[in-house]
Design a protein around this ligand. Structure first.
Ligand code: SF4
Ligand code: SF4
Length: 355
């Protein structure tokens, strides 16, 4: 019940009809494995089979806003004068169906960089034209630890509508005004009963209890600054990392990018693509590379999320989605690193120069 009113619900067998209605006004994205990895792709207007297999996507939905590669603009020379081709602002409305609470939280975290710290028009055009329809996780992975980060697998604070699986139907919580407005013009949605809401409460408790991996963020906040100069500790935790960059590319809160120009016979384009602090060339400068050694890069990744980002924006830049644990080829585990940090500072082993 929200504000004394019962929630809404939609039968699972009617999800296709629901999406078809929304497809008239939006480009609808749903979880799909058609590219070989699970990611949010444009709905084909038919398939709702993802309801049977979907736990979370491999590629996080940040890719729908900060594209893994995009052309920023074209440039070149035309009859002796220079030309610049700016892309038309994207006006099409998107709807992402089934985003998990951790990935919606990640978008709120990235907003602090691309909307608040500076305005990135490429990102913001998509963000402001997109509705997020959240879906709680009834089956979290054992690598998930979202409940340690102040929310849970069924919480919908960062979406427009939030769906909770109650068996043969989804309860629908109206979170934002835009979500409420969308639901008001959607057919096939009924009022939930008190029994439905009770089933929703049970589903939330069950899902929360399934997230058994925990970290102690209070203890981490105290220990992380003490760990910075502990070269021995970081060398040990970085030993098996092969610097592939997967943990950062597929992290929903990592947002680093690189910019490159390409030119063929007078016609050029500027591209932006994801980059990763796991790569040794990430910090290459003409005179030096402050993070040539792997342990410095692993330290940077952990400190950025749990120390530097909170200093800047007062929030940890990790949602506990567990992707970096599930998808690392050598089983590097951020929760093990965070939980094994020494409680005492090690004095004088490493200077902060360059970091
Ligand atoms: S995914 Fe694993 S091996 Fe690859 S950079 Fe991250 S920690 Fe290192
Ligand atoms: S650091 Fe790992 S657990 Fe945290 S948000 Fe990134 S991928 Fe998810």
């Amino acid at each position: 019940m929200v504000n004394g009113e019962l929630m809404k619900k939609v039968a699972k067998k009617d999800i296709q009809k629901l999406l078809s209605q929304w497809q008239k006004d939006f480009t609808v994205f749903v979880p799909s494995r058609e590219t070989g990895v699970a990611e949010m792709v444009v709905w084909d207007g038919q398939d709702t089979g993802f309801l049977d297999w979907y736990r979370n996507t491999v590629v996080p939905p940040k890719n729908n806003f900060l594209l893994n590669m995009e052309k920023m603009f074209g440039f070149g020379k035309d009859d002796g004068s220079y030309k610049l081709e700016l892309p038309a602002p994207e006006e099409s409305k998107q709807l992402i169906f089934g985003i998990r609470p951790c990935d919606a939280k990640a978008m709120a975290i990235i907003d602090m960089v691309f909307r608040d710290a500076y305005e990135d028009t490429y990102y913001l055009n998509r963000r402001k034209n997109t509705l997020l329809i959240g879906m709680g996780c009834v089956n979290p992975y054992d690598s998930c630890f979202c409940t340690s980060l102040g929310f849970g697998p069924m919480e919908g604070g960062d979406v427009d509508l939030m769906l909770t699986d109650i068996g043969d139907a989804f309860l629908i919580e109206e979170v934002s005004d835009q979500g409420k407005e969308l639901l008001a013009r959607t057919e096939g949605v009924e009022e939930a009963t008190q029994e439905d809401e009770a089933r929703g409460g049970e589903a939330r408790d069950t899902a929360n209890n399934k997230v058994t991996r925990k970290i102690d963020t209070g203890e981490i906040e105290k220990r992380l600054p003490l760990s910075f100069d502990n070269k021995e500790f970081w060398e040990k935790v970085a030993a098996k990392c092969v610097s592939c960059g997967i943990c950062t590319f597929l992290c929903p809160t990592c947002y680093c990018f690189d910019i490159n120009d390409e030119m063929v016979r007078g016609d050029g384009a500027r591209f932006r693509n994801w980059d990763s602090c796991s790569f040794s060339l990430y910090t290459q400068m003409p005179m030096e590379n402050p993070r040539e050694e792997k342990w410095r890069r692993v330290r940077q990744k952990v400190h950025h999320k749990y120390n530097f980002y909170p200093m800047l924006f007062d929030i940890i830049a990790c949602t506990g989605c567990g992707r970096c644990i599930r998808l690392c080829p050598v089983n590097w585990d951020i929760t093990q690193t965070l939980s094994s940090m020494p409680a005492e500072a090690t004095v004088g082993t490493e200077s902060r120069n360059g970091d």
